[in-house]
Design a protein around this ligand. Structure first.
Ligand code: DQA
Length: 142
């Protein structure tokens, strides 16, 4: 699970948009859900674009899939898109908010064309849905 910039502020950051669950709370729910699904999840958060690129490059060494909320880099980062398409590891894009109901600059995702699919708008539950999606993808394709 890769969390992008500013998501370390969840809990206090614009709660009317992102809810009041903290990043730690989200990671805890993901770990609980991963136990139920009998998979392992590691959760990392980076504010810097290059750190996310490095983490994507390393992902195939230890992991079978990526769930990513690239946050603002979703709408700006060709580097993150190229990293995902470069490593060729199944990836699910998630967002807390429905990016298509918000400002126009959030309507475009550079990442969407290189992922299996996108989950957007279900608050902290987007992450659980993302985990279920990647696990079900891996179980049906492997
Ligand atoms: C976000 C949506 C992005 O537009 C925004 O920049 C974020 C969070 C979400 O999860 O809703 O930081 O990815």
């Amino acid at each position: 699970m890769l969390h992008g910039p500013n998501l370390n502020l969840l809990g206090t950051r614009e709660p009317e948009v992102y809810g009041s669950v903290t990043l730690e709370g989200i990671n805890q729910s993901l770990t609980e859900e991963s136990n139920k699904l009998q998979v392992q999840v590691s959760c990392l958060q980076f504010n810097h674009e290059g750190d996310l690129v490095d983490a994507i490059h390393k992902a195939p060494l230890e992991h079978q899939g990526i769930i990513i909320n690239a946050a603002a880099y979703t709408h700006t980062s060709v580097a993150i898109r190229d990293a995902i398409s470069g490593v060729n590891i199944p990836t699910v894009e998630v967002h807390l908010s429905n990016i298509y109901r918000r400002e126009e600059f959030r309507h475009h995702s550079y990442i969407a064309p290189v992922v299996i699919g996108q989950i957007s708008g279900f608050g902290s539950n987007s992450y659980i849905l993302g985990l279920e999606a990647i696990v079900s993808h891996l179980r049906t394709t492997n």
